[in-house]
Design a protein around this ligand. Sequence first.
Ligand code: NDP
Length: 455
Amino acid sequence: MAERFTEWIYLVSAVLFILALKFMSEVRTARWGNWAGALGMLLAVAGTLMRPEVVDYRWIILAVVVGFVVGAPMGLLMPMTAVPQRTALSHAFGALAAGLVGTAEFYLRGAELSPFFMGVLCLEVLLGYLTFTGSLLAFAKLQELIPTRPIVYPGRNYISLSVLGVGVLTGLILVANRGPAELFLVLVGAALLFGVLLILPIGGADMPTVIAILNSYAGLSASFMGFVLDNKLLIVAGALDGSSGFILSMLMCKAMNRSFTNVLFGAFGQVQVGEVEKGRTVQGYTPEDAAAVLWDARSVIIVTGYGLAASQAQHAVKELADLLMGRGVDVKFAIHPVAGRMPGHMNVLLAEAGVPYDLLYEMDEVNPLFPEADVALVVGANDITNPAAKTKPDSPIYGMPILEVDKARTVVFIKRSLAPGFAGIDNELFYLPKTMMVFGDAKKVLTQIIAALKG
Ligand code: NDP
């Protein structure tokens, strides 16, 4: 009876997980997506605790308390800018759990497993442990605990693939012989080492894409764990996690015009050149100058990027938009799919500040509107506006779709210096006669512009 009840609860959870993904694919419904996912997980845990094989709750209660004590402050206190590294940590622990369950199953009933289940168990362990060390390293790079630049050495791809080869070969031997147990340790060691080798040559700024890939590995590992434990919900949830992580990483690569292999093996960002071309001059303006231009404008398109997140300027930009709209100015926000450092970064920040969804325009919708705009106000963005993506075939961002701010009558850039963005390249736009560079922290400059407009 309890078994049957659990199966029903699992079915409802699976439906909620699917709905969560569906809801999260749109800004308007993203919050429901969170709730649906959380409810699905609550039901899944409750349903599992009702299974007859759970006979003692003491260790479980302890684990829930520890999880709550660690997880709740993380959720409440961690700033939005740290979400990528928080996600990396979650993957690390989820994958470690999958790896440990696989290890326990191997030692408890490895000898009885059929070749199919041994194969699945080996895949679970391989993906679980490599995701564990890979995600920990991704966390350390994003948190700048270790250097974020790609760490490259000769023959790195061959070395990494050889270590993976050792893991796969060991798995095959284990499937064929169901032992020896010592070989299992080689599999675990190869997986742990491969996770490190995979991430070392990848630059810190590529980590969000890598985290999406690691997400899909962790999901697959959980799905394999579902086979080993004969738990259908784990199979479904893991497969959903695995496939959605994979699709997300593909979308991110597409939006950056990078191939999957280029992200994983290209050591992108290795030459953080910062090549601001010598001998060229830019025109520096004050916030008051920018306010004067905005005062006269009839239409303004605001483009936000990573610097908005770094300076937490979302509330200031909303206040400025309100002020301009109060004067009858037509204000739009242009959203680039890879602005910031994680998918949906700008949507989340602007939603947090209360910017109405109907002011947000996707790249394809807004690009034709730039020639009509009096001002393109670029707040802490750089690469996503860089025309080199269209004009310089040797540029690392060549082919990436950009927001065509250069077509607006005046371009106002708010950033602290001429420093490059994530791609490490100079931006031709800074030197155009129609560009006004307003140097300073985004929040500070916006506050000064607001004060000048009010004054
Ligand atoms: P960029 O990294 O190109 O530029 C951000 C700019 O913000 C910098 O040039 C910096 O200049 C400025 N900045 C930093 N801090 C502040 C501050 N406190 N106040 C004002 N300005 C500041 O960001 P974009 O959003 O334009 O582009 C995103 C890049 O990240 C793309 O290259 C994309 O491919 C990449 N990427 C995005 C991912 C995603 O999922 N969104 C994932 C992986 C990579 P300065 O130092 O002079 O202030």
